[in-house]
Design a protein around this ligand. Sequence first.
Ligand code: F6R
Length: 242
Amino acid sequence: MKIIQVNSYQDMSQRASQFIINKISNNNALKLGFATGGTPKGTYELLIEDYKQNQTSYQNITSFNLDEYIGLSKDHPNSYHQYMEQILFQHIDIPKANIHLPDGLATDIALECKNYEELIEVNGGIDLQILGIGENGHIGFNEPGTSFDTLTHVVKLAKSTREANARYFSNINEVPTHAITMGIQSILKSKEILLLVSGENKAEAVKRLLTDDVDSNFPASALKKHPRVTIIADKLALSNAM
Ligand code: F6R
């Protein structure tokens, strides 16, 4: 794992956006894996800025998101479909047909998971997967204890994850209890991974990631098994680790 230490959230976003833009300039048909949450928002803002200033084209880019809540429609304000639409997709020229997220309202959720995994395969796999990390080490919605063999599957969200995400809902009871997520194996199948980490609340998770053994009780430790992982972390996130 290559670690790039930066001073601040803004610097992390700057480095991350430049990293992604460089990949797109080398391959304009990149298959990009996106994460939601607070961490990549600044990166996405800078991708939009770059799109406006430099006309980086997303016409041939294909996107796959890590996860989606079960029970929220695509136009629900807290669905990850909406998050991506508002925060990135509507501001760039990515064709709608190239955008993929699991459908949290699918009638047959098991089939939806299988189809989503197959769709990634059929498209040749993800070239660059962007990740954030939960305080408990989750990646995607793969909570502690998730087997490293998992493909796209249904998860029951940990109480701590629902509490952390309650900030986007009017109260915690509205946070869905389940989600569809790419599995750890799905994530590890990506050709390259970019993990973004910012803030003191992630310092313990980063320390564990860098020092603990590979263990399914800390899902992000699976990343140590991947040959091409870059971590861009700010000083606060690295404050326990270095
Ligand atoms: C989001 C996702 C999650 C987040 C993680 C960190 O699609 O899969 O694993 O990356 O919960 O969230 P933030 O960035 O809000 O701290």
